[in-house]
Ligand binder design. Structure first.
Ligand code: FE2
Ligand code: FE2
Length: 389
């Protein structure tokens, strides 16, 4: 495939300050995913500068004085095209401010969504936000004892507030349809993994908390892969694909390093990062492990077999720069077509439960015009109740 290169226009060269950045200078900047960058369309001002990197030139593209949605749209349009040489960044020193702004917008969006859509479950959304906070800390700050403690706490809260799988899966799917920018892949994988472990498989509380953490940490190695590659719209070259695949081993090494430096993380959580792209039939990576670790030496750990199902389902529901979101029914159909990738016992359970969710939510959606449906949180767990119009 022909590589497209972005070139800086004359107009931008006149309007903006542009300077050269070497690879070594890049640590002073933090790149921003396009998904998060969209949040700037929800605000009226910024108190930092947005940089647009083109090859080794850094453009001060939007500063506090020039902020406008039109300029934000210009960057989005450039990133949406198939350019390989661009990146959106903020200075490392401004990153906390950017982060605060994003969580503010996220919380407002969530409030609005909960008020607008009575079929969304507040308990599920709250647990999701909690997990998402932990996953964002991981991505931005790296692994530390504080981040590990936040991840354990968020996983514990999810498992304590045991939720029906229909409500969790249904709420996640509706949320992503209503506002795709709220979706956080690691948080949703964590939530689905926890729900599969606890409610579908009846695992112990301890195991379920660890599996939820496995979901949170599974893609931590992606912080070592450049954003331009993660968000690449077209096909990967063989080299790029190898680089993408390395997020499994890099994530594993990073978690092991954090454990050795005193972070409280279970070794099996690190194993999930390593094995979450292994397939039950042996056709996955990085090692081509096969079957169950309980039954054979080169088998895949139970925690990884759960997280791999949650991972694929979550990725299908998510809208990305390079693909549209599938609805819950189509996502399940795609997974059924490659069922040999997953542990058949876990997958059968998952399939049955997602099907139940679809039936339940579709029935509720049909009833919505005639009667208001509210979801109540009676304290422990959740249930759905229909009220008269
Ligand atoms: Fe992954
Ligand atoms: Fe993933």
């Amino acid at each position: 495939m022909k590589m497209k290169r972005y070139t800086i226009s004359k107009e931008t060269r006149t309007r903006c300050r542009i300077f050269h950045v070497s690879q070594a200078d890049m640590h002073q900047f933090q790149s921003i995913s396009l998904e998060l960058f969209h949040y700037l369309l929800e605000i009226k001002s910024i108190d930092f500068t947005i940089y647009f990197r083109v090859d080794d030139e850094m453009i001060e593209f939007i500063d506090a004085a020039s902020f406008s949605h039109q300029l934000v749209h210009q960057i989005i349009a450039a990133r949406n095209r198939d350019y390989h040489n661009v990146d959106i960044c903020v200075a490392q020193k401004d990153f906390k401010r950017f982060e605060a702004l994003i969580s503010d917008v996220r919380e407002k969006k969530i409030d609005l969504l909960l008020r607008r859509d009575p079929l969304l479950d507040a308990q599920v959304i709250r647990s999701f936000v909690n997990l998402s906070r932990a996953s964002q800390m991981m991505v931005r700050g790296g692994l530390s004892p504080v981040v590990a403690a936040q991840a354990r706490e968020a996983a514990g809260v999810l498992v304590n507030n045991l939720m029906e799988c229909e409500v969790a899966v249904g709420t996640l799917s509706r949320m992503v349809r209503a506002d795709p920018t709220l979706y956080d892949h690691s948080a949703s994988v964590a939530m689905l993994s926890g729900v599969i472990a606890r409610t579908m498989l009846g695992r112990s509380r301890e195991d379920s908390v660890l599996i939820t953490q496995g979901g949170l940490y599974h893609d931590v190695g992606k912080t070592c892969v450049p954003h331009s590659l993660l968000n690449k719209p077209g096909r990967f070259t063989p080299d790029e694909y190898e680089r993408m695949k390395s997020h499994t081993t890099l994530g594993y090494e990073e978690i092991c390093r954090a454990i050795d430096q005193g972070s409280v993380i279970d070794r099996n959580v690190a194993r999930v990062a390593l094995e979450h792209h292994e397939k039950f039939n042996g056709l996955g990576y990085p090692f081509g492990r096969k079957g169950r670790a309980e039954e054979q030496e080169d088998g895949i750990h139970l925690f990884s077999r759960v997280v791999s199902i949650a991972d694929v389902y979550s990725a299908l529901l998510m809208k990305r720069v390079y693909k549209e979101a599938y609805d819950a029914r189509d996502a399940l159909k795609i997974m059924q077509d490659s069922a040999a990738d997953y542990d058949p016992i876990i997958f059968r359970n998952f399939e049955k439960n997602v099907q139940k969710t679809l039936v339940r939510f579709e029935a509720l959606e049909k009833k919505q015009p005639n009667g208001k449906i509210i979801i109540v949180d009676p304290g422990i767990g959740t249930r759905i109740r229909k009220t008269s119009a």
